[in-house]
Design a protein. Structure first.
Length: 97
């Protein structure tokens, strides 16, 4: 009877070891998939960062161009605004007369 118990014990231990190995293998596979997906996600995020940096550089260039244009046109705009005010004033005074 002791041999039967020892045999069952040995069989049970073998089953536990096989189950443990299978689960460890499954976990390793799972974490490899997760790691690979994280690598893909990181690459995607790096590509997005590069894309956004390129856009930011283009926007900065456009912004600088607009600032330069505003500086060049600022005096002309001020002159035109003054003319508009003067013309509006003349129009109002003519309507009163």
């Amino acid at each position: 009877e002791l041999k039967i118990v020892e045999s069952r014990k040995g069989s049970h231990l073998e089953d536990l070891l096989e189950s443990h190995k299978r689960r460890c293998t499954d976990m390793l596979k799972y974490f490899k998939v997760v790691e690979k997906q994280e690598e893909i996600d990181i690459e995607d995020l790096n590509a997005e960062i590069r894309r956004l940096r390129k856009i930011a550089t283009q926007n900065k260039s456009c912004s600088n161009d607009l600032k330069g244009s505003n500086e060049l046109c600022g005096d002309e705009l001020k002159t035109c605004s003054e003319k508009v005010v003067a013309l509006e004033y003349k129009t109002k005074t003519k309507e009163k007369d």
